[in-house]
Design a protein around this ligand. Structure first.
Ligand code: GTP
Ligand code: MG
Length: 720
């Protein structure tokens, strides 16, 4: 038997021949090993611990404990607070209210967008004539062009929660252009209208606009002026030439008489007479030669190379098959004066859409379609070889700004527990993590008070005055003493499978969403924004820009972490930032008002938006200003109060389960009692700020304890 020529497979050359096989194999082994060895460095829990340590604004001394046992026990969110007073989020089992950092729903959110909206231009009119077998030159039958589409805006309460669709990518939005008319008297189709849907709470401001109709009018006036000037110069030149010729003829006659009898004299005399007669008779050849000269002189004077076009030529479409003679003899009629279908809103457009708009509001009106040639038939001009062009359309650059119109705005330092509270109040899946700036964009949730099943989920709220917490018998004591039952109000169970409170991420509430229609309030919305830090108004941290989302909330809830140092200091720091933000906004508004006053001076009509065709704006200019100075003292310059300080507010003293929370709460309570009684100034330092009933509601959001009190308190404040 012949020996194999190949050496028995030792595998020696295989890696060189098939490196991919080996790379694959080799890769597999270390990956799993690496995973095991490096995983602890990259897990979320590790990141959170690291960041927590760095920021040191966590939930107290117990929070940096070992999280290894986190998944061993089943979630017990109804556990009483007293079971383990030193528990921190890291020690607790994961649950809906203590989720892993990767358990959250990403929401695409944008609160600002700059977009140029273009209305559609009108389609052109058509030049056409009927032609049939025995009718070679029938009447004009060109169709009219279709009107261009318009752009509208509508604020909707449901379905839109953010401006991300406007902010994303596209910087311009176009309505449809009207189609041009066609032969056989077929009119062009209308351009499609465009409706921009925005969430309630959107403010729209015009930045710039281009109106081709206005440009056309200006171009027409310039062309007409030039044409007049040209005609004047031509006439002058002709008159000068005629006078000169007449003078020459006279001179020639005189010199001829002086040479009576000579042949030459007789000849020149005859020529001069001829010339004189021709001038007097308006002889064509002579006139045309002087006219051409005069026109050339006028063109030279105006710096033109050709005769100027009729001023309104650009508004007409000429029949392409026109002969040069027809072109020469073309006399265009006056451009017909026409009204736009919809009146373009006057500049500058400013809308504050604080309520759903029943009817769309016009932003940019579409252009008119051009007229077909039958419109220009007359006795003198039975076969018009022209039609009009479609009107150009307006384009407006607009700034959109969304100020969420939640009923309650949560304001707190980073890591205070705002998102956990939102999760406890609603079915929001806002991100929660034990580090600062977990929340990078606002979250909004809806608290449903009535599930429309005939039985209110939440019993009628007590009036805030009858529910005023006190240091001794207040809710904090209730939480501790009533630890076995999660709610003092019995019927509200904040956790568990039959959770009645839903998050309406897809249904943005408005200030009147709950009590809309005059009935009892059925829901309210809560906005959770990124944490504020000291100096946020100087753009530290994530800045104060997100405060715009709580600026118009009905009630402000200051979320203070009872386990993170002095709660009073935290509250004062928050109010200081809010106050500075309010002042900033007020200055901005004042500046804008002054700018507008200058803009609007020219036409003297500042009565709001000129929205035509019955489109009604729910809030125009007046609505805008009034919303900003709703609580102000009537716009009197420096005497204006801060709006935000005039809002009802309360403190949510969260993380009540942590040690030292009791003392901290007691001090906070005392301080707030003093503020209510007027012994202490308002924490923002603003005079006349709202201090009717400054409450601190202790909760442990992570356990879902005490959140029902917040629901009642808010309902009481909103219904005030
Ligand atoms: N012990 C305890 N921990 C809580 C409570 N509420 C929240 N936490 C923890 O506090 C940490 C921060 O919670 P978040 O809800 O993310 O805080 P936040 O205010 O939204 O933070 P930012 O979004 O960064 O501003 C998390 O680890 C929570 O588990 C509570 O009532 N008790
Ligand atoms: Mg958060």
């Amino acid at each position: 038997m012949m020996a194999s020529r190949c050496a028995p497979s030792t595998g020696l050359f295989l890696p060189f021949l098939y490196p991919s096989l080996f790379r694959h194999k080799a890769a597999r082994i270390p990956i799993s090993r690496f995973t095991r060895s490096i995983a602890p460095l990259h897990t979320d829990s590790n990141i959170s611990t690291t960041l927590y340590d760095a920021t040191s604004s966590g939930s107290g001394p117990g929070s940096s404990g070992d999280s290894s046992g986190a998944t061993t026990t089943a979630p017990d969110t109804t556990a009483p607070l007293t079971t383990d007073p030193s528990s921190s989020s890291a020690d607790l089992p994961t649950s809906r209210l203590n989720p892993a950092p990767d358990d959250y729903a990403i929401s695409t959110f944008a609160d600002k967008a700059r977009v140029t909206v273009h209305a559609g231009g009108g389609g052109h009119g058509c030049v056409s004539f009927l032609r049939e077998m025995f009718l070679a030159e029938g009447p004009a039958n060109g169709g009219d062009g279709g009107h261009g589409g318009s752009v509208y805006i509508q604020a909707v309460a449901h379905g839109e929660t953010s401006l991300h669709r406007l902010a994303r990518g596209r910087r311009s939005i176009r309505a449809g252009r009207g189609k041009s008319g066609m032969g056989d008297a077929r009119g062009g189709a209308r351009g499609d209208d465009l409706l921009i849907k925005v969430p309630v709470g959107t403010v729209v401001r015009e930045v710039e606009r281009q109106d081709p109709v206005a440009d056309e009018v200006a171009a027409y006036h310039a062309a007409r002026k030039q044409k007049r000037e040209y005609d004047r110069l031509v006439q002058e030149a002709e008159e000068a030439a005629a006078t000169k010729a007449r003078a020459e003829a006279e001179n020639a006659g005189v010199s001829g008489e002086g040479a009576v009898g000579s042949f030459n004299g007789r000849g020149s005399r005859r020529r001069a007479d001829d010339k004189k007669r021709k001038i007097e008779d308006g002889d064509d050849g002579f006139i045309s030669s002087t006219l051409a000269e005069s026109e050339a002189a006028a063109r030279a004077a105006l710096g033109l190379t050709e005769d100027p076009d009729p001023p309104n030529l650009h508004k007409f479409i000429l029949y392409p098959g026109m002969s040069p003679g027809e072109r020469q003899n073309l006399s265009l009629p006056r451009y017909p004066r026409r009204e736009r279908l919809l009146a373009q809103p006057e500049a500058p457009i400013r809308l504050d859409l604080t309520a759903p708009t029943a009817r769309p509001i016009l932003l940019a009106a579409g252009g008119l379609g051009g007229l077909g040639n039958p419109h220009f038939v007359s006795k003198e001009r039975p076969r018009p070889l022209f039609a009009t062009r479609g009107e150009g359309a307006v384009s407006v650059t607009l700034d959109f700004e969304l100020k969420l119109l939640a009923d309650v705005g949560l304001v707190g330092l980073p890591n205070a527990g705002k998102s956990t509270l939102l999760r406890a109040l609603t079915r929001s899946r806002a991100r929660v993590g034990n580090w600062a700036f977990t929340t990078l964009q606002p979250n909004i949730g809806t608290v449903v008070l009535d599930n429309h099943k005939g039985r209110p989920v939440v019993p009628p709220a007590p009036k805030p005055s009858s529910f005023r917490p006190s240091a001794t018998t207040g809710p904090f004591a209730a939480i501790v003493n009533d630890a076995s039952s999660p709610s003092r109000f019995g019927s509200v169970v904040m956790t568990g499978p039959d959770h009645h409170i839903v998050c309406g991420d897809g249904s943005l509430g408005s200030n009147d969403a709950g009590a809309g229609g005059g009935g009892p309030r059925t829901r309210f919305t809560v906005a959770d924004i990124p944490g504020l830090i000291e100096g946020a108004h100087l753009d530290r941290g994530l800045g104060v820009a997100f405060l715009r989302h709580v600026e118009r909330a009905g009630v402000l809830a200051f979320v203070v972490d009872l386990g993170a140092g002095d709660a009073i200091a935290a509250l004062k720091a928050l109010w200081a930032e809010v106050g500075l933000y309010a002042r900033m906004r007020e200055e901005e508004e004042n500046e804008r008002e002054i700018e507008d006053r200058i803009d609007w001076e020219g036409d003297g009509s500042n009565s709001g938006l000129g929205i035509g065709d019955g489109v009604v704006s729910t809030t125009g200019m007046d609505g805008f200003t009034s919303s900003m100075s709703r609580n102000g003292s009537g716009g009197g310059g420096g005497g204006r109060k801060l709006d935000i300080a005039a809002k009802p507010w309360f403190v949510v003293a969260t993380k009540g389960d942590l040690p030292s929370a009791q003392d901290n709460y007691a001090r906070l309570r005392e301080y707030l009692d003093d503020v209510t009684a007027g012994r202490e100034p308002h924490p923002s330092g603003v005079e006349d700020a709202w201090t009717d009933n400054c409450a601190a509601i202790p909760v442990s959001a992570i356990h879902g304890h005490g959140v029902d009190r917040i629901v009642h308190w808010v309902v009481g404040l909103l219904d005030q």
